[in-house]
Each structure stands twice: as structure tokens, then as C-alpha cells.
Design a protein around this ligand. Sequence first.
Ligand code: 5AD
Ligand code: SF4
Length: 421
Amino acid sequence: MNSRDSEHMIAELREKEGYETTDDFKQADLILINTCSVRERPVHKLFSELGGFNKHKKPSAKIGVCGCTASHLGEEIIKKAPYVNFVLGARNVSKITEVLHKNKAVEIDINYDESEFAFKDFRTSAYKGFINISIGCDKACTFCIVPKTRGDEISIPDSLIINEAKRIVATGAKEIFLLGQNVNNYGRRFSSNDHKKVNFSELLRRLSKIEKLERIRFTSPHPFHMDDEFIEEFASNPKICKSMHMPLQSGSTKVLKDMKRGYTKEWFLNRVAKLRSMCPEATISTDIIVGFPGESDEDFAETIDVLNQVKFEQVFSFKYSPRPETEAEHFTNVVDGEVASDRLSFLQSLNNEIIDEKNATLLGNTYRIYFEVLHSDGHAAGRSDNNILVKVKGSEELLGQMKNVKITTIGRTILTGEIVA
Ligand code: 5AD
Ligand code: SF4
């Protein structure tokens, strides 16, 4: 989502203010830092990076701090780093060309409604296009700062999304990537009642009618909203890529309750079973937090049990990090830091074993790969429909092409293959 926000800011600045991007910040007239605040580490990084930029930038260059950390720290950023020219929250991206001309502007209204703002076009990839389908988040997961930085959830009207998808496809890209904090809660609320109610499954059906659009990806769906209609649409619609992100967070129903996730371990496993039975080729990724307040050895064992049962293709795992303005910040049954670190390493090494075991079975398989990036070692890389990352020897001419590739070498994060007819 932050990447798409950055693209929106670049688009506005290029079209309305004549800016171009540069790889060398010492040449820049404007330095924007788009921040995350989901965990604590990126927040610390912000101030050290700001110092570095301030020291080495052109004297006349302006610095703007944008994104979620901007939303939640606001004015404090300018107090701590007085050379910062403006602060622009994650829900105020459309005001970028305004704050640019105001000294020390702080625009961080988390309920500012930019769900229908007509952003100018700019995309970093020629092969796929990100599309926001909603802004904000209506959930109240007790560990999560996002509702406090991105505000209430508002869906973007389907007509705008479909037009954006058509524009992307018209440039030759074959893939769209839909973005929202809870994509499968799409359609719950629009900024005006005039918009007809369309749910996420219906949105997917409408998008898949776009000719020449070949692949639709999305993130993140919420396990709570994974109803049968959604899983059936996912499984049966050939344009929907068969990789599902299912953020588990914890395998313990007790911890899930304390996190206010709205589902149980059994519901999660039931949804995985439904998905796997309807769509055996689907790969599943997840997010897991270890060391959430009150997580006992038994609770952690439940998470490990889910890992062993589901055998996710990809796991993003994090040590719990208390965040300001969240409910869990005040929970007192804190898990010892070392215990949490041990759990994280245990989980990660188990997951590596699972991945190695799964990847070994892929040797000799053939996948249709959509080539998107060049590696400096003479390889081009891309993904299969079910999100397997594969590289082959090759150069520019492969980019934007879909080719059948047979897997010849297994690696943990990327497989190597050769193009077959
Ligand atoms: N501590 C650790 N991880 C967190 N996440 C969100 N908030 C926190 C937190 N306070 C993780 C969740 C989420 C992912 C984007 O970041 O797993 O799904
Ligand atoms: Fe955060 Fe929960 Fe919303 Fe995801 S669903 S953004 S974890 S509050």
C-alpha cells in the first residue's frame, strides 16, 4: 500500500509540479520519506535516515515525511527534526502538491476522504499495476496501529477501479494487483450512498471481464471474511491468480480472541481445507506474530500445530512490538523478549524445513511464468500464477512475456528453470 501511495505522490508531483524521480538524493530538490509504523523498528530508522538526508542533501532541497508514521507522530516529527518541511499522513496523499508550498504543513487527518480522488497516473512497473480498492481499516485488532494511521474503511467505487484496470491493461500490462487492508470486506461502505453495493466477489467477476487482462492478484484478504462465495469465486475464476494470503497471526484461539481477530483456530483450518479442496494448486502465505501478551508455551504450540498442518508456502513472521494507541499496548502479561525471540527462531527454522521439503517436490514441474524483472547476473525473473518465483537465463526481451518454464534447480526463495515450448 505504501508503494502505491508513493506512486500516487510521484504522479501528482510529475504532472502538476514538473518533478522527475532521481536515483541520487544529493541531486534531489525534494526528498520524500514514505514511512511505515506497523512495527517499532521502522520508526527509529526514520530519524536516523532523516539526519543522513539533511546532512548530505542540496541546501535548498525540501524534506517531507509521509505515510503512517507521519499520521501518528504528526507535529512531533518537526519538533524532533526541525529541518523537515512538511508532514503528510497516509490518508492525505492527495494533498502532496498543497503541502509542498506551505512551510511546516502537517496534514494528518486520518478520516480525510480521498476514496474518489482522481490521482494522476504513474507506475513503477510496466508489467503490472497496483490498484487501491479501499482505504483505511474498520477492524480493531488489538496489536495494530493501522486503524489509527489510515482511519475508517471506505471502499472505492467499482467504476473507478474498473476504469483504472482498463487503463493499466491498455498500456500492455497483463496483471493487476488489488490493494486494501481487508480486500474481502470490499463494498461495506462507500463515501456516498449513490454507489451500488458490490461485494469483493462481484468486483472480481466484473474485473475479470476486461479483455486482455490475464492475471488478478490481491492483498490482503481477512480470514474472518473468507465466506464460501469468496473461496468459490477464487477457485473458479481463471483470471484470479491461485495464491492466497491468509494472515493467521496466531494459532491459539485464546490469543486470537485477545487480538480481536474475529475467528478461531478451527475456522482458519476450515477455510484452508475448503480452499485446498476447491483449488488444490493454490499456494497459501501467512503473517504470524509471536510473543503477543499472554502467549503461553501451549498457545505457541497451537501456532506451530497450524504451521505443521497447513504447510504454508510463505510465512512472514514477526516478534510482537507494542504500538502506541493500540489496546494491547496496555496489556500487562508481557512475554519475555528472549522467550519471544526463541519462539521466532524456532518458528522460522521449522518453516524453512517445510519450504525446503515443499520446494523439492517442484523439481521438473512446468509453470507459466510472467517475466517482470531483470537480475544483474543475466537472469530474468517472474512468477507463476500461484506465485512461485522463478528465474531463467535471459534478458530484456523476456520482460512482459509469459513463457512455460521447467524447474531445473531448487532454491529456498527462488527457483531456476529453463524455457520450454
Ligand atoms: N507487532 C508485530 N507485528 C505486527 N503486525 C502488525 N502489527 C504488529 C505489531 N504490533 C504484523 C501482522 C500484520 C503484518 C502486516 O504486520 O502480522 O499482518
Ligand atoms: Fe491491522 Fe487488523 Fe486492520 Fe489488518 S485487519 S490492518 S491487522 S487492524
